[in-house]
Design a protein around this ligand. Structure first.
Ligand code: UDP
Ligand code: MG
Length: 329
């Protein structure tokens, strides 16, 4: 009964894709796009070449995440030439994770394959993912063995991020996986039901459970253009991931409070002994240092609470996840 209710509220939120009867396809390729005009024609060619080698039907669904270049014009052109190409055009930039979510909402495939449009996720890996699915896997994620063309800084921060996530969350997010993955319709239907605002899709697809398997691949350089994830976006993304799956940062306040309370007992003891035996009084400087230290710690924890509080506020407002300008159906 509860599942049914969730489905009904979802229908209210989900814009109707088409007045045509739903015809389903076997594979939906979902690609989020933000200013990728140089890459799109090549991306299209490579995806089509790979998918045509499969016997089953497929669609290529672009999600144009408020690109300011000619990306959408290229999608319109491809859509005119090839009826297997569809696109959702957002009213503005909503972010990579939301673009993927919209792709899942609109995909008609029995299987959905998510891959970046910058050709960093080579389409040639897709047949390997499909093979695992045919053998019964329901989530097949592509795991990087090597990353080409990334800065040392990106490699180090990514490594630190995955290790941290592994330590402080209760779900087991495999190291070095991105959003490049294959999802069975059953998993997609579960993900569609999760309407949270701050989405960490690769975490949600692990959280959903089902039979998960990995396929290894080498990640290439971007085909053209530069990353759409500057440091500020990466930090926000990491905070979304951590707050979505862990309460550890909140619990740190309790443990550091206990530690500091314990230390203060020792401090009091030392101050009393010094006063009794040497007559010395703990001076102004040490008091000032302690006040600043404790003030700093308290502000840090207020900030952490703020991160969670802001996200709760976003959830309570329950705005739609994205707004669609038009759909190329
Ligand atoms: N992207 C998006 N919206 C954004 C940022 C990125 O749809 O706000 C798309 C982008 O076009 C690309 C994919 O998401 O297809 C991954 O982005 P990017 O390659 O910049 O990330 P990186 O690979 O550097 O982590
Ligand atoms: Mg990329």
């Amino acid at each position: 009964m509860e599942g049914q209710q969730a489905k009904i509220s979802l229908l209210e939120q989900k814009p109707v894709r088409s007045a045509l009867p739903e015809e389903s396809v076997t594979y939906s390729i979902v690609a989020p796009v933000f200013n990728e005009e140089e890459t799109l024609p090549h991306f299209y060619k490579r995806v089509i070449a790979v998918m045509e080698s499969q016997a089953e039907s497929f669609e290529l669904l672009f999600v144009n995440d408020g690109s300011r270049d000619g990306s959408f014009r290229i999608m319109q052109e491809l859509h005119r030439q090839d009826p297997r190409v569809h696109a959702i055009n957002f009213s503005r930039n909503f972010g990579h994770q939301i673009a993927i979510s919209a792709g899942l909402d609109y995909a008609r495939g029995q299987v959905v394959i998510i891959l970046d449009a910058d050709l960093q996720d080579p389409p040639e890996v897709i047949p390997g993912l499909i093979e695992r699915w045919k053998k019964g896997a329901e989530v097949v994620y592509a795991q990087r063995t090597k990353r080409e063309g990334e800065t040392l800084f990106k490699l180090l921060t990514a490594a630190a991020f995955y290790r941290l996530i592994e330590r402080i969350t209760s779900i087991d997010i495999p190291c070095d996986t991105g959003d490049f993955r294959l999802l069975d319709r059953r998993v997609v239907d579960v993900l569609i039901l999760m309407r949270e605002q701050h989405r960490f899709m690769r975490g949600l697809s692990v959280w959903a459970g089902f039979r998960q398997e990995a396929v290894l691949y080498e990640r290439h350089e971007r085909f053209a253009g530069s990353t759409k994830y500057p440091l500020s976006k990466m930090i926000r993304f990491s905070l979304d991931a951590i707050t979505s799956f862990s309460h550890v940062p909140l619990q740190l306040a309790t443990s550091s409070g206990l530690l500091l309370a314990g230390l203060s007992l020792i401090g009091i003891g030392i101050a009393v002994i010094l006063r009794l035996f040497t007559g010395a009084i703990v001076g102004q400087a040490s008091t000032l240092i302690l006040v600043l230290f404790l003030g700093g710690i308290q502000l840090i924890f207020l900030g952490i609470i703020g991160e969670y509080l802001g996200r709760i506020y976003d959830e309570v407002r329950a705005r739609p996840l994205y707004i669609i300008h038009d759909v190329l159906d």
